[in-house]
Design a protein around this ligand. Structure first.
Ligand code: FES
Length: 319
């Protein structure tokens, strides 16, 4: 994959559900955009030093247009609020090539897509892909209210509308999301994909585990996560910087490094995107991220610096 950024122009923009800016991006100079597979995201370079990840929610078969849905986050640290303010029709910006950390399993017999709120975005691309391939699937969309959710009308009018089920908290009991019923008993060829707020995803994932789903059949992508800095202090030797840093109880490793003038490239600062990944030379990390796989965490070869801590009294990092 190339790290070169792509210049793009906002071809259309529209606010849906009150707070979601739905953007269509095309190449700024008429060149072709790289193809993407369902589940992929791009890094949107909102402003110098402000990079945010957004899932591609359009039809992967639609060449040369990337579609994104950006929720205006009340807690925005300069990302989503700047996107809403700046990315009007005709505006230009820069994005990475698509990256896919949430791919569909190609040989699944049936796919269950369960999205909460803005987490529906990667699942919409998946629905397009599964429908085009003639695969069995259901797309479940849960939100607080129909009027506050984006993409509802187009999903209910899509060619795959017969596969779409909506669940709104302020509507009747009969349409609420009955997770156990939707999941059903685990079947060998069934794969579950979920995306949404952390609490929603934890609920779906735990429900699937309790139902007996194999971990390899549960796929998820966190786009927002709480960072928990509780825990003991520890020492970090930053080898490339030639510095030793004390991380205080309750202080994040990232902030301790920054306080000593050690630059760390970051994006989400929530353990989701992997931008701050760093090699571990010595010591045992306490992984608190949603980026590394369970196997990668067990290997302790890398640490996600923005949210993780140490089990050992000392870590030696290649930073
Ligand atoms: Fe995104 Fe650390 S900056 S995982």
């Amino acid at each position: 994959m190339s790290d070169a950024l792509l210049d793009v122009v906002v071809r259309t923009c529209e606010v849906q559900g009150g707070e979601v800016l739905v953007l269509e991006l095309a190449a700024a100079h008429g060149q072709a955009l790289p193809r993407f597979a369902a589940g992929a995201h791009v890094d949107l370079h909102v402003a110098p030093g402000v990079v945010r990840q957004y899932s591609l929610c359009g039809d992967p078969a639609r060449a040369n247009v990337y579609r994104l849905g950006v929720l205006k986050d009340a807690q925005s640290r300069g990302g989503s609020s700047a996107v809403h303010a700046q990315l009007q029709q005709g505006a230009t910006t820069r994005i990475s090539a698509p990256r896919n950390l949430f791919p569909l399993v190609t040989d699944a017999q049936r796919s269950l897509l369960i999205g909460g709120g803005i987490g529906i975005t990667p699942l919409i691309a998946m629905a397009h892909a599964l429908y085009a391939q003639g695969q069995a699937f259901e797309l479940h969309y849960r939100g607080r209210s129909r009027s506050r959710c984006a993409f509802v009308e187009e999903l209910l009018a899509a060619p795959f509308a017969g596969h779409v089920f909506t669940h709104f908290s302020d509507e009747g009991a009969e349409q609420q999301l009955n997770l156990a019923q939707v999941l059903g008993p685990p079947a060998a060829g069934t794969h579950l994909y979920t995306c949404g707020p952390a609490g929603f995803m934890d609920w779906v994932i735990e429900g699937a585990r309790q139902q007996g789903y194999d971990a390899a059949h549960i796929h998820y992508e966190y786009f927002q996560a709480e960072v928990d800095n509780s825990g003991q202090g520890f020492e970090v030797q930053a080898v490339r910087s030639g510095k030793t840093v004390q991380v205080l109880p309750g202080q994040s490793l990232l902030h301790a490094l920054r306080a000593e003038g050690i630059a760390v490239e970051v994006s989400c600062e929530q353990g989701v995107c992997g931008t701050c990944l760093c090699d571990v030379i010595e010591g045992e990390p306490e992984h608190r991220d949603h980026y590394l796989t369970d196997e990668e965490k067990q290997s302790n070869e890398q640490i996600v610096v923005c949210c993780s801590r140490a089990r050992s009294a000392r870590l030696v990092l290649d930073i």
